[in-house]
Design a protein around this ligand. Structure first.
Ligand SMILES: [Zn+2]
Ligand SMILES: [Zn+2]
Length: 354
């Protein structure tokens, strides 16, 4: 079968590989759609970070080359002998995390902090391929009203829901989201679905501000225009936002989060910030704010699927800016997203069909 294997930085190869074997607890899926994640692009430009490169992954025993792709949907084509909950023909999505279920953190329910956490599409083969084989416990059925395209958004939506849950947001809250890329737009919608009264989005790119307004933001502001702190104070009777979700992963965005958050607010770091940040901790102290982080998800997949099924969260076609074939994934996918106009895109979905 055709698959995109991650070898190293700037070295992803579309290759012919054997179809994966089906172990007794495994489910084999014919991939329908798989989204390209920011982390995939990062792995291409600045990796290897997620891909085990110089020694095998402690959980999966695998190392590069590994087939990428972790935001996907598909149809079950085969199941192992011990699989009971999933059957051939089921329409499914997959939670890519592979916790050990035995370590200190797994036993406390913090699976994302598992000391040997593996990830499908990073530490074992993923879904930029015609077929992928995964353990049964990672498989979630898609209801008929969730399309395969929308099914590819369940994983990033679960990240957004985890961030909202971690924030402790209350009903009727005024929230802010900084950065309207895929995770920012999903966090905007997750906050509204979870009871925020209004969500104000800060984003420098006009096209992304327009998407944010279409997807429910009460205002989408360019933080480079005027004074964002005063602007949000004007929109909120001086109270500013609580919580604030930093989804850009940039030090400037964290400083903006300080400006637009209110007294006692919680700032949630959702973006992946590679640089260190010179944050004014005196403001944190004087206004009793909290900064917390949110990574991935634990058990948010069923809620994500339910919100897509009910239409409370809209992903496809609203957030899909290109649908491409696996055979063109480097040129039309990675090179496009890494190129000068990559930020004009939101989510690119890849199919091995056609
Ligand atoms: Zn992702
Ligand atoms: Zn564990």
């Amino acid at each position: 079968m055709k698959a995109l294997r991650y070898y190293n930085r700037h070295d992803f190869r579309l290759e012919d590989v054997a179809e994966p074997d089906v172990g007794p607890d495994d489910v084999k899926i014919r991939v329908k759609w798989c989204g390209i994640c920011g982390s995939d692009v990062h792995e291409f430009l600045a990796g290897p970070q997620m891909i085990p490169f110089d020694r095998p992954h402690p959980g999966t025993g695998r190392m590069a080359p590994i087939i990428g792709g972790h935001e996907f949907s598909g149809e079950v084509v085969d199941v192992g002998e011990r699989v009971s909950r999933v059957g051939v023909g089921d329409r499914v999505t997959v939670r890519p995390t592979l916790p050990c279920y035995r370590c200190h953190y797994c036993r406390r329910g913090q699976h994302i902090q598992c000391v040997i956490l593996g990830t499908i599409g990073a530490s074992t083969d993923g879904a930029f391929a015609e077929f992928v084989t995964v353990p049964e416990d990672t498989v979630y059925e898609l209801p008929p009203d969730v399309s395969f395209e929308a099914g590819a958004y369940v994983e990033p939506l679960a990240c957004a829901l985890h961030a909202v849950r971690r924030s402790g947001m209350v009903q009727g809250a005024t929230a802010a989201v900084i950065g309207a890329g895929p995770i920012g737009l999903l966090t905007l919608q997750a906050a509204l679905a979870c009871g925020a009264e209004k969500v104000i989005v800060f984003e420098t790119l006009e096209r992304r501000r327009e998407m944010a307004e279409r997807l429910g933001a009460c205002a989408a502001l360019n933080p480079l225009d005027g004074n964002p702190g005063k602007e949000i104070a004007r929109l909120t009777d001086g109270l500013r936002a609580d919580p604030v979700f930093e989804c850009a992963g940039k030090p400037a965005a964290m400083l903006l989060a300080d400006q637009v958050s209110g007294r006692g607010a919680t700032i949630v770091e959702v973006g992946v910030m590679m640089e260190t940040c010179d944050f004014p901790f005196l403001n944190l102290f004087m206004r009793e704010k909290s900064i917390i982080a949110s990574q991935g998800y634990v058990d948010e997949f069923p809620t994500a699927i339910a919100y897509l099924a009910s239409g409370r969260v809209k992903c496809d076609p609203e957030m899909t800016t290109a649908r491409i074939a696996l055979s063109n994934i480097m040129e039309e996918g990675f090179h496009t997203l890494a190129g000068a106009h990559g930020m004009e895109h939101c989510k690119i979905l890849v199919t091995p069909e056609g």
